[in-house]
Design a protein around this ligand. Structure first.
Ligand code: SAM
Length: 321
């Protein structure tokens, strides 16, 4: 466990919209799949009433311990699970949850993870090239990838997940600079290949390389793909008040958002047959209502207050059967 010298602070992104779309009701059952520092969880827990229940999940033990202390005032209304939301159905079952009224995912990493140099997420802080959100996973680290993958595979990774057009040049520089042990060494190799911060937006080219590595190290897109159908199955259908369970997902980059958008669109349709078939053969029936055809984005005021919100996109859907 990493020892924190300062209390990390985190401003939850799109908090009001997330809580509105979850439509948290007293007595309901909710799951926060990405508890982080507990900002969204705290807002949900505060609306649960005496009989409600919140399950707060995170794959990062340090984050979960922080959230556990923060949410202690809510007592037994909030329970905690260390795990990956790709195992959502199993985690929910272990906590006795068969149906939920709302499920939240606030994807990516927390400000605590970015702020601890030993975690290796930030190219601005010197630390080992780790980047595992679940430090206990024993899985591949960013150092394993940059030091062992061949140049073409590295270039493909940086191109696909980082959407970086200069991926080949960067991959060549990474291979030439091996062995790479720290965030700064990697950032320097990238800078040497393509220069420092570019253009008016001043995005450092290492930003995209670090993003690509982080997505791969944590299998982020695969976990999201695996979790969405489990979330749908867990959501309760409409009750006598015709209110169905709600899914709310906040994404921070286009690859995540595309997965969420496509999933919601698909599950909001009655038939998925290829166009042109005279009759439906698939028998697919819509299970969701898309609540955010136009994705919800933070206001300028929120971005000014919390620059981390800049790229956030919220989508929400309601279970209709
Ligand atoms: C953006 S932060 C969440 C912040 C939180 N909503 C708050 O208000 O404090 C994302 C959190 O999700 C966790 N996380 C990301 N992917 C996960 C996954 N597949 N399974 C479980 N936790 C995950 C990260 O460890 C991180 O703590």
């Amino acid at each position: 466990m990493v020892v924190m010298t300062n209390q990390p602070s985190h401003t939850p992104v799109l908090l009001e919209a997330a809580i509105d779309y979850l439509d948290v009701r007293p007595g309901g059952t909710y799951i926060d799949c990405t508890t982080g520092l507990g900002g969204h969880s705290e807002a949900v827990a505060g609306r649960l009433g005496e009989q409600g229940l919140l399950l707060s999940i995170d794959q990062d033990r340090d984050a979960l311990e922080f959230a556990r202390a923060k949410l202690a005032p809510f007592g037994r209304r909030v329970s905690f699970a260390h795990g990956n939301f790709r195992d959502l159905a199993e985690i929910a079952a272990e906590h006795g949850i068969a149906k939920a009224d709302g499920i939240l995912m606030d994807l990516g990493i927390s400000s605590m993870q970015i702020g601890i140099p030993e975690r290796g997420f930030a190219f601005g802080l010197e630390g080992p090239l780790d980047m595992r959100m679940d430090a206990d996973s024993g899985g591949e680290t960013a150092a394993d990838i940059v030091n062992t993958w061949d140049e073409t595979s590295l270039a493909n990774l940086i191109y696909t997940y980082g959407e970086e057009r200069q991926s080949r040049r960067i991959a060549r520089a990474i291979v030439a600079a091996r062995p790479l042990g720290t965030t700064w060494e990697l950032a320097r190799a990238v800078e040497q290949a393509v220069g420092g911060a570019r253009g008016r937006t001043q995005i450092h080219p290492a930003t995209k390389v670090f993003l690509a590595l982080r997505i791969r190290v944590n299998g982020e897109l695969d976990s999201l793909d695996a979790a969405l159908p489990q979330a749908l199955s867990l959501l309760d259908g409409p009750g006598p008040d015709s209110h169905g369970g709600r899914l709310v997902v906040i994404s921070f980059h286009s690859l995540e958002d595309r997965i969420v958008k496509q999933y919601i669109r698909q599950e909001a349709k009655d038939c998925l047959c290829p166009p042109g078939l005279p009759v439906c053969r698939c028998g697919h029936v819509a299970a969701l209502r898309d609540l955010t055809r136009r994705a919800v984005r933070p206001s300028d005021e929120e971005v000014a207050r919390n620059p981390r919100a800049r790229s956030a996109v919220l989508r929400a859907a309601e279970r209709i059967r």
